[in-house]
Ligand binder design. Structure first.
Ligand code: MG
Length: 237
């Protein structure tokens, strides 16, 4: 790839964690499989796929509310399973609570990351870029994930929505991130998989962006860079 930008202008690289580095979908699937077996959910769902799809639809809906401050974390954790079970006519708060806690405990122990994660991070570190995480995920989950995947050593700061008091795509979290690591926005770039949350959010805050689009989903967004593999970070930086 031709280096059409002066990449020397960037000093600070902010990464999203879930679905950008940490393979959220694969890790979530493994976790849900364990839960499905443990609680014998085949008694209620047609199959594992139906359980997963139902869960993801409910989770996505509730996450949007959580991000906007309309829902407390403790409520989200079990309500996403309560609503999932409700769709197959199981009205069981206790079960939803147990499953919800299991999910938060099990999922961060999963270690699937996207291909070239470590290669790209080593490369960027060697090139003396300052690396950070900006994530909307829960504190107790995100820090465990990072530790389990040996990601801690690469990132000098992890900015979470909970600590920032606001969530991507709100500009506040990006400004909080910049000021907490003393970074100028002109020297910063955000890498993420979500067009609204990461890319539009960074753009609104005046920060350049790298859109990680592994499935090459078509879009009309105006983005500084787009990659389909983390390997490309070693070409553009
Ligand atoms: Mg993401």
């Amino acid at each position: 790839m031709e280096k059409k930008y002066n990449m020397k202008k960037y000093k600070h690289i902010f990464f999203d964690l879930d679905r950008t580095i940490w393979d959220f979908d694969e890790n979530s699937k493994e976790t849900l499989r364990e839960i499905y077996n443990k609680y014998q959910l085949s008694n209620h769902f047609i199959d594992f796929i139906q359980f997963c799809n139902t869960y993801h639809a409910n989770n996505d809906k509730l996450w949007t509310e959580y991000r906007e401050g309309k829902l407390k974390k403790e409520v989200l954790i079990s309500l996403r399973f309560y609503n999932t079970l409700l769709e197959v006519n199981v009205k069981n708060q206790k079960l939803a609570h147990l499953i919800g806690n299991d999910y938060v405990k099990i999922s961060p122990t999963k270690k699937n990351v996207f291909p070239y994660t470590y290669g790209a991070l080593n490369y960027l570190k060697e090139k003396k870029y300052k690396l950070y995480i900006i994530t909307n995920g829960f504190n107790e989950v995100q820090f465990v994930k990072m530790k389990n995947c040996n990601l801690n050593t690469y990132f000098s700061r992890v900015i979470t929505g909970e600590n920032a008091g606001s969530y991507k795509p709100n500009s506040k979290i990006f400004h909080f991130a910049l000021s907490s690591v003393h970074a100028k926005k002109s020297e910063s770039i955000m890498i993420g998989d979500d067009l609204e949350v990461d890319i539009q959010g960074a753009s609104d805050a005046g920060i350049d962006q790298v859109y990680f689009n592994p499935d090459n989903i078509p879009h009309n967004g105006e983005i500084t860079f787009e990659i389909s593999s983390l390997k490309e970070l070693m070409e553009i930086f």
